[in-house]
Write a protein that binds this ligand. Sequence first.
Ligand SMILES: [Fe+2]
Ligand SMILES: [Fe+2]
Length: 303
Amino acid sequence: VSLQLRQLPWDFDTTVPFQWNPTNPRFGLLVNSISFSAIPFERYMVAAIREAGPLITDPAIAREADLFLRQEAIHARAHRGHVHALIEQYPGLQETADAVAADYDALFECESLEFHLAFAADIEATFTPVFKMLLDNRATLFEPGDDRVASLLLWHFSEEIEHRSSALRIYEHVVGKPWYRLQMFPRVFRHVSGISAKVFAGFDEHVPVTERLVSLAPRRLDLRALVGRRTRRESHRGDPYPTAYERVPRSQLAAMLWRLALSQVPNHDPEHQPLPAFAGEWFDAYEAGRDVTHWYGSAAAAC
Ligand SMILES: [Fe+2]
Ligand SMILES: [Fe+2]
């Protein structure tokens, strides 16, 4: 496997609005929460894979592990640029970033290396189905928003597709145990939902509603806020915003859920699962020298 290391000149500054996607503000908050949680999650994975280094005896896997963790470190750095731009505008958000980092540090302290590698493999396995749905619907989810934030995610998700099998390969080589990963899934899920709840509560506490437009804080974080359809009465009651995935075809959401379930079964191999065509388009554009840090802006300029 050859993974490419792409250092990109992101230009996040205080002109990046917290609500970068006012036409779908719930999705906007979801993406912001990805930036906040990606930083400590990717650092956690990098630390775990470094610790696993001496146990990797296959040179091909050692090479892949090295490139994989370097890609993740580059992702974390780019998301840090986004998060810092938001913290500069809403300094209270530093507390939220610190709390999420502390949670991952505690996880690294308290759990075993086997658990860390299972955690990484479980989460990374969910990415291909979820990011396929997101990239397949980029015209409604990303394009209407701030170009810098949209471009950050288009890049990150494409590289996640590129290294979709890496965490699983490392897990299988170092830990083996096909059922352990599935057994750990409830704990992994609890940790990740706890992080999301904390981030959304932090957004509510530190960013005025006039700026974020909606809330995904725990009491309101139900599936309906993400995938439901609003009743006519609700849209008349003054919430003019769609649920996050309202414009995603139901069949695509169903396919994603089915593939999410498959991604957790023992011996899952993401190598041949359906991929978003966009990832290939992104890699070609990068090779061709297009400004991938302003994906939609550069498309417009080329027309
Ligand atoms: Fe990543
Ligand atoms: Fe990843």
